[in-house]
Design a protein around this ligand. Structure first.
Ligand code: GLU
Length: 482
């Protein structure tokens, strides 16, 4: 990678809907490459295809990038020295450059009617020609003829004059391309095609490195011919591989796992989403795979980009999420977890910090939390069978006697906190000469009505407070017939 001049990268999404994670990955790599080398990260909205335009999609792009911390240095909303940064606001520019190509002999006016093109298309289809090629009918029209048709106001498109010999299989990867079609640069309505606009914009915006999906690889030779026709430097291309659902299928929206927002809704933590997506197609040098965005900027090296498609692995993504959550400070985790806790646990008289502390190491996704804490507001119905625990050697009968021993002990704790509850219960365990689980398992069941809880009996008691703990212990004793 050439880093001798100031790096300028661009993320150039089309406002066609929600942010696909493949696009987000492109944005992440684009951002990282700029930041790693002290360069500029530019946001450009590519809305030339008005038919695909989706209302609100531009705001969605802004929101997603901001939430992810992928802050741009120049863009439609903040401006910059080479704006406008929305293609539809740059319309005059493209035509001007297409006319320059006509002058230099690299492009030409094509006056073929839609009927003629359709007939050509049909004939090629019938002859089973695999890719539709324009037959270059207008390529060599005499200048007088062109002038006459223009003067008459005949509708036209502008086409690129592809070289008829030589090879376009240059740079980066060998692409054995046949002589390419004389592609349209400016459409009949005066709008540029994407293939033309991106070259003009990348040049005028001083883009040095273009990160984009592999589906653009086959177009790169055509772009290069345009750069050469203008005498411009060709940016460095970094084509990234597809993200696959499995060995055969690309990850598509049908999978319900294709958009950034899907993962947020599923309870993923945004920095973990970024971390995982960055690993889809890029491998760090060392063993560690857990990175914040800033750490990714430090670690990233283009040589770690994969040359084969990445298969999406939700299990790994969850593990990475859990690891990110564990690394948060208590207060950070608390702020993020609280809205999920409050979905099912509205009580204010609990020790929320103990609850948060017990949840943090046990939470994989935020959306796991509401179900984990729902017992706090209200004891669920539960079966006495829950007291049976093979490993702890407990059952309903031993549970009853343990709870009866514990009740006065709990009542005697003056200053109700985790440490004091712990000392009191362990003193009793020692006094009675029983195993820890003999006391602690029944307490957990009595306080939660669940086998799986955030924390053990002592933590649950601390969370619930003294009155509620005693109330639930008494209720459990009654339930067990004591
Ligand atoms: N607007 C194109 C897209 O969203 C960008 C492709 C490119 O990066 O050149 O696919």
């Amino acid at each position: 990678m050439d880093t001798s001049k100031k790096i300028r990268t661009r993320f150039a999404p089309s406002p066609t809907g929600f942010m696909h994670i493949g696009n987000l990955r492109t944005a992440i790599y684009t951002y990282i490459i700029a930041k790693k080398y002290g360069g500029d990260f530019i946001l450009r909205i590519e809305d030339t295809d008005q038919e695909r335009y989706v209302e609100g999609a531009v705001e969605k792009i802004y929101d997603t990038l901001r939430v992810c911390g992928l802050n741009w240095d120049e863009g439609p909303d903040i401006g910059g020295p080479v704006g406008p940064y929305i293609q539809s606001e740059r319309m005059g520019i493209y035509k001007e450059y297409a006319l320059k190509l006509i002058e230099s002999g690299h492009a030409y006016y094509c006056f073929c009617t839609k009927e003629r093109i359709d007939a050509l298309h049909k004939a090629q289809q019938e002859a089973k020609v695999s890719n539709m090629m324009y037959d270059r009918h207008c390529r060599n029209l005499p200048k007088e003829e062109v002038d006459r048709l223009l003067a008459e106001g005949t509708p036209y498109v502008i086409r690129q004059k592809m070289p008829l010999e030589g090879s376009t299989s240059r740079f980066l990867y060998e692409i054995a391309a046949p002589i390419p079609n004389d592609q349209i640069l400016i459409k009949a309505d005066g709008m540029p095609t994407y293939n033309f606009a991106n070259v003009i914009d990348d040049h005028l915006m001083g883009i040095t490195h273009v990160v984009r999906g592999n589906e653009y690889l086959s177009s790169a030779p055509k772009y290069n011919l345009l750069y050469e026709a203008f005498g411009w430097d060709i940016p460095e291309y970094i084509h990234v591989e597809h993200i696959m659902r499995d060995a055969q299928h690309k990850l598509s929206k049908r999978d319900g796992d294709a958009y950034f927002g899907d993962f947020v809704d599923k309870g993923f933590y945004v920095p973990a989403i970024i971390n995982y997506i960055a690993l889809l197609g890029w491998a760090p040098k060392g063993e560690n795979e857990i990175f914040s965005l800033d750490e990714l900027v430090q670690e990233f090296d283009i040589s770690g980009l994969s040359k084969s498609p990445a298969v999406f692995d939700i299990v790994k993504m969850k593990a990475i999420n859990a690891e990110h959550l564990r690394r948060l400070s208590h207060d950070e985790f608390k702020a993020l977890a609280l809205p999920y806790i409050r979905q099912t646990c509205k009580r204010e008289d609990i020790d929320i910090d103990v609850l948060v502390k017990t949840l943090q190491p046990r939470t994989e996704l935020f959306t796991d939390i509401p179900e984990k804490v729902d017992f706090i507001d209200e004891m669920p119905e539960y079966s006495d069978e829950l007291y049976f625990n093979k490993k702890m050697k407990t059952n309903a009968e031993t549970g009853l006697s343990a709870l009866k021993m514990l009740l006065p002990v709990l009542g005697g704790v003056e200053d109700w906190n985790e440490e004091n509850i712990h000392s009191a219960i362990f003193a009793e365990i020692e006094k009675q000469g029983v195993k820890n689980g003999f006391m602690l398992w029944p307490l957990r069941v009595a306080l939660s009505g669940k086998a799986l809880t955030p924390g053990g009996g002592i933590e649950l008691a601390a969370i619930l407070g003294k009155d509620e703990t005693i109330r639930r212990t008494e209720a459990a004793i009654t339930k067990l017939g004591g």
